[in-house]
Each structure stands twice: as C-alpha cells, then as structure tokens.
Design a protein around this ligand. Sequence first.
Ligand SMILES: Cc1cc2nc3c(=O)[nH]c(=O)nc-3n(C[C@H](O)[C@H](O)[C@H](O)COP(=O)(O)OP(=O)(O)OC[C@H]3O[C@@H](n4cnc5c(N)ncnc54)[C@H](O)[C@@H]3O)c2cc1C
Length: 454
Amino acid sequence: MNRAVLVVGGGLAGLTTALRCADQGFEVTLLEARPRLGGAAGSFRRGDLDVDTGQHVILRCYTAYRALLRRFGAADGIHVQPKLRIPVLRPDAPPSVLRRWQAPAPLHLAPALLGYRALAPAERLGAARTALALRALDPADPELDEHSFGDWLRSRGESARAVDALWGLLSVAALNAQPDRSSLALAVKVFRTGVLDGTDSADIGIPRRPLGALHDTAAHRALHAAGVRVLLRTKAVGLRRDALGWRVPVRGRGGEDVLNADSVVVAVPHQHATALLTGLPLPAVPRWSGLSAAPIVNVHVHYDRAVLAEPMAAVLDSPVQWLFDRTAIAGARHGQYLALSLSAAQDLLDRRTDELRELFLPALRDLLPAARRARVDDFFVTREPRATFDQAPGTRAMRPAADTGLTGLVLAGAWTATGWPDTLEGAVRSGERAARVVRAATGDARQAGVEVSR
Ligand SMILES: Cc1cc2nc3c(=O)[nH]c(=O)nc-3n(C[C@H](O)[C@H](O)[C@H](O)COP(=O)(O)OP(=O)(O)OC[C@H]3O[C@@H](n4cnc5c(N)ncnc54)[C@H](O)[C@@H]3O)c2cc1C
C-alpha cells in the first residue's frame, strides 16, 4: 500500500480526512496556510474576549460532526438543548416560541406550527400542510435542484408572511440564502433531515466554548495522538504528478519546499481548489468554477448589563436575524456580550461599522427593553465574504465527487457533493468520504466500500 497522504487544508473536512487516514494506517501530513486549525469555524482574541469568526449552531442530527468532537475529547464543548425551543422576538409584540413535543415525527411539530403567533391561524394550517408535502420530497431528486425554495412555497399557496416568518426564518440561517435564491433540493434536505423526519433532529446545539478550543486546541491533541504531522502557516502553491507520485510545492515560514506524497486530499474552499489544481486534466473544474460564494456578517455588542434573558433567539420584522448570548463562552468579565448572526448578508457586507451601529443598536433597543437603559461598551463587526458557497438552484451538478478520476488526487470540503448544505456536518462527511476514497485507491477497495475511477 502507498502510505504517504498529504491533506491540504485544516478546516473540519481536512481534520476529519487526516484522522481517518491515520486510523487506516497511512502516514499523514496536514498542511494549513493559517496559524491555526478549524478553517471557517475558528476564534480570535479581542481584548478579554474569545470571539468566534462567526457564530455557529448545530443540530442534533449532525451525527458525524458530533462524533468528531467526541474523537477530539470535546463532546462537552457543545450544549444540545434537550428539546427544540426557539424564542422568536419581534419589536413591539409578545415573543412566540417554536418548540417541539416528544411525539413521533411529524406530530412533534404540531405545537410549533399550530401555536406560532407570528402567523395567522389559516397560515399555520397551510404551513402544516406544506410541511407534510415537503416530507414527501426526495432531496436526492436532481429535478428539485432546478427550482427555488421560494417558488415552491408559493406554488403550495404559502403567503409572503409565511415564507418570511416561518420557512425563511430557518432556511436563511441554514442555507445562507433567501428562499428565492435557495435550491429546493437543499431546502428539502434541511427541513427533512434537520426538522421533519426525526423527533429530536432539530434540537439546537450551541458551542459552550470558543470554536478555537474545539477545532484548534482539541483537534491538535487528537491529531498528535493519531500520529498526524501538522504543518501550520504552510500553504500549498501547486500540485503536479510524476512517475513517483505527487509533488506539492509549499510556501511557509521556513521558505519554499516541495513535499512528496502518494495521495493528496485537497480540502480547501472551492476558489482555492480551482487555483491549486490549474493545469491538471480535471473535467470537474470548469463545472465547479461556476459556484459562487455568499457572505455572513456578525455584529458584536458588549453591553454593561444583561439585556437578553435567553441563550439565543430568532428575530422577525427587524434587521436583526438571530441573537446569541456569548458572555460566558467568550469569557466576558462584565455585562452581557451578544453576537448577531446575519446570513445572506450581501447588503451589509460593505457597510461601514458606524453605519451598522446606527442600524443595529436602535433595532436591539426595539427588541430588548433592557437595552434601552444599557451602555454599549464595545461594538464591532466580523465579515466573512465567502462564508459558504451560494446554495442556489442549479448548484447540485457543480459540486464535485471526492474521487477526481486522477489516481491519488481526492477532494474534500463542505462544498463538494455531500448532499448536505455547506455546514460543519457536510465538511466532516466530506472528509470521511475522502478518506474512504484514498483507501480504496491505494489498498483494499472492497473494504473501503466505494467505487473509484482509475
Ligand atoms: C460566519 C460563518 C458562520 C457559519 N455558521 C455555520 C453554522 O451555524 N452551522 C454550520 O454547520 N456551518 C456554519 N458555517 C459553515 C461551516 O463553517 C463550513 O461549512 C465549514 O467550516 C467548512 O469546512 P471546510 O473544511 O470544508 O472548509 P474551511 O473551513 O474553509 O477550511 C479550509 C482550510 O483550507 C485552508 N487553505 C486554503 N488554501 C490553502 C492552501 N493553498 N494551502 C493550505 N491550506 C489552505 C484554509 O486556510 C482553511 O483553514 C458557517 C460559516 C461561516 C464563515
């Protein structure tokens, strides 16, 4: 068996690939261009605060991601609520709560839909009917990916209010796109796997430690224990093959070098993969070059006192979308530190911090009476212009398989063809798949359980 595997990219996809390949007996080197592991799901320090590059939320149905955290010895780093409960705030209106029952699916959602005060009673009944129709759709049906979620909802008779205040409330956060810009196939995946098919699938998990503690510190320990060599601040700048295997020129703190490997797993975002693989005969590259990116903006507000009584809340009829209390997670020593997660944030990305301050502080005062009397001690903004790929109709055909068709060259990443949206769960599943392809191509394909082209 050819033993040396090089994994390029230390996000969740690369971390998973590296661990799985090491478990299979390969000699694994993991390259990461940044000084830390975790990719899009990391943290940085600002004064006394540990700030996540973007607030992340998981669902109980993220089984692969949660298994990876267990492998990191960090399963307690996420608190999963015992039963789905989402407070929904509106300015000048009493809050609603979306919650589930302990009943067989889809009955578990009856109270959430029928008691949801943000919709009129007829809209709630309509939404219950739409949920049943959605449950009959197959997310793997390629035809669904040709349509937008918004068009499909309207074809079912959903009102603009229901699209916005119920379906969009969840799908914008899950797909980082408005319903009219979201692939119906991916929306079906989100609502079936994430909400409708299992009683407890949608129970929400929120990190109770900074993402860096989970995906960098704890990941390093697991990689070390598995014998993976980790090279940080080391960027792959090309890729070529000769008779002896793959050659990967890299640039790092020590200057330039060329690393050799029998297999290379490219686990970098799609734009980087395109640049890295230029010149190789890969028919999938022109297809995935059609993928574009969508931004997420986080607005961070540190108040001198508590203003939000919930660990998190969704918001309607306001520029605020979702609110998270990050005080304890970030190690804030006083007051309350909130993060506002703003998905599909194309309109906010280029606005100056003082403009966002003028927009969001009054919006928070409208939602949270205690914020009207509170002093703002810190206000800052984090912007991720390429947070996810743009999960629009037609993107299914652009997402490549792990197996590139070139022996020993494998793809991973949340943007590859996982069937999942661009999420932590998709990233981890892509890494698992990539490790199976590496093994199949170099060793016992039958045992790996995958088909590989040669
Ligand atoms: C603000 C924000 C909020 C999000 N919220 C959620 C959420 O709530 N729930 C959820 O499930 N998902 C969420 N996501 C999506 C989730 O973070 C991603 O799907 C996932 O982290 C992607 O992992 P990945 O390994 O595929 O890619 P990445 O995390 O992008 O990792 C790729 C790595 O490759 C490295 N790299 C790139 N080029 C090179 C090179 N040439 N050489 C070496 N290294 C290289 C990069 O530095 C990076 O570390 C969010 C993302 C963002 C940005």
